[in-house]
Design a protein around this ligand. Structure first.
Ligand SMILES: N[C@@H](CCC(=O)N[C@@H](CS)C(=O)NCC(=O)O)C(=O)O
Length: 271
């Protein structure tokens, strides 16, 4: 959905995410990678830098202080996803010998395999996972691609992807914004979005209302719903849309900054 190169978004229900992940969990011989000169075997996250679903996964790993490697996928070639024959979206994660596609399935995998406190997985986690995906994330694309300047801003990251050569960095840097700009109208139509900024701000009011003046959704401690919403918003943190919605809502900004401090980053070097 977030790439102009996709024809249509996958709408995985939570159940089908599980089924998809189970079907997709195939055994591979996992190569070691070299990180800061050390031989390490870390979880891998195949991502686009501006993908909100990828950020949901990374926010969770960051919060749990699980170190992982990020593989930036070239949206023009997707050559980094050659190992995945059928599924060509991001995120895809690799944990030891398991390949898991779809952010919902990856998050379920993390919940089962990495310990957290019992209060962290709240009864309303499923509700907010769905909300962050189906209500919030879908509004980001039309917002960050509103103007040529905003489209251009989206691909600043391409200049710094260490695993792409100069040619690919320039190609993604220039073709990416054009492709995203063209897809703006199609995405708005698909999701019935008319005034993207207004609708985004309205959806964020729902979240701030749910916070009900608390530091985090359930009080003084971060829970998984906080991380799901935070992750989606973190994907646009360098963009005009983010600056505008945060300036508009001091309560949202306070919450975001608090979750950011609690989460940090455990992302390791790119491979
Ligand atoms: N339901 C999926 C959605 C994943 C998705 O739509 N990812 C977008 C990037 S944000 C994608 O890879 N689109 C295909 C493409 O770029 O061709 C998830 O939660 O992981």
């Amino acid at each position: 959905m977030f790439s102009a190169f996709s024809k249509r978004a996958f709408a995985f229900s939570k159940k089908s995410s599980f089924a998809a992940s189970a079907a997709f969990a195939i055994v591979v011989s996992r190569p070691f990678s070299f990180c800061n000169g050390e031989k390490k075997s870390l979880p891998k996250v195949y991502q686009y830098q501006i993908c909100p679903y990828c950020h949901r996964v990374k926010a969770y790993l960051d919060f749990l202080k699980v170190q992982y490697e990020v593989i930036e996928v070239n949206p023009l070639t997707k050559s980094e996803l050659a190992f995945s024959k059928e599924y060509k979206k991001v995120p895809i994660a690799v944990f030891d010998d398991e390949i898991i596609a779809d952010s919902g399935a990856i998050i379920n995998y993390i919940s089962k395999n990495f310990p957290s406190s019992p209060e962290f997985l709240t009864n309303d986690t499923e509700k907010w996972m769905e909300w962050s995906e189906k209500r919030l994330a879908v509004l980001l694309y039309p917002n960050i691609t509103r103007s040529k300047e905003e489209c251009w801003e989206c691909f600043a990251y391409a200049d710094n992807v260490p695993t792409w050569n100069m040619l690919w960095r320039s190609a993604v840097r220039t073709i990416g914004p054009i492709a995203m700009s063209f897809a703006n109208g199609r995405i708005k139509k698909k999701y019935g979005i008319v005034d993207e900024r207004k609708e985004l701000k309205e959806v964020l009011v729902e979240w701030v209302t749910a916070l009900n003046g608390n530091k985090f959704l359930h009080g003084e401690k971060v829970t998984l719903p906080d991380l799901m919403v935070f992750g989606v918003l973190r994907s646009i943190r360098n963009f005009q849309t983010f600056r505008e919605v945060m300036a508009d809502s001091p309560a949202l900004k306070r919450w975001y900054d608090d979750v950011d401090t609690a989460t940090g980053s455990s992302e390791s070097c790119a491979v």
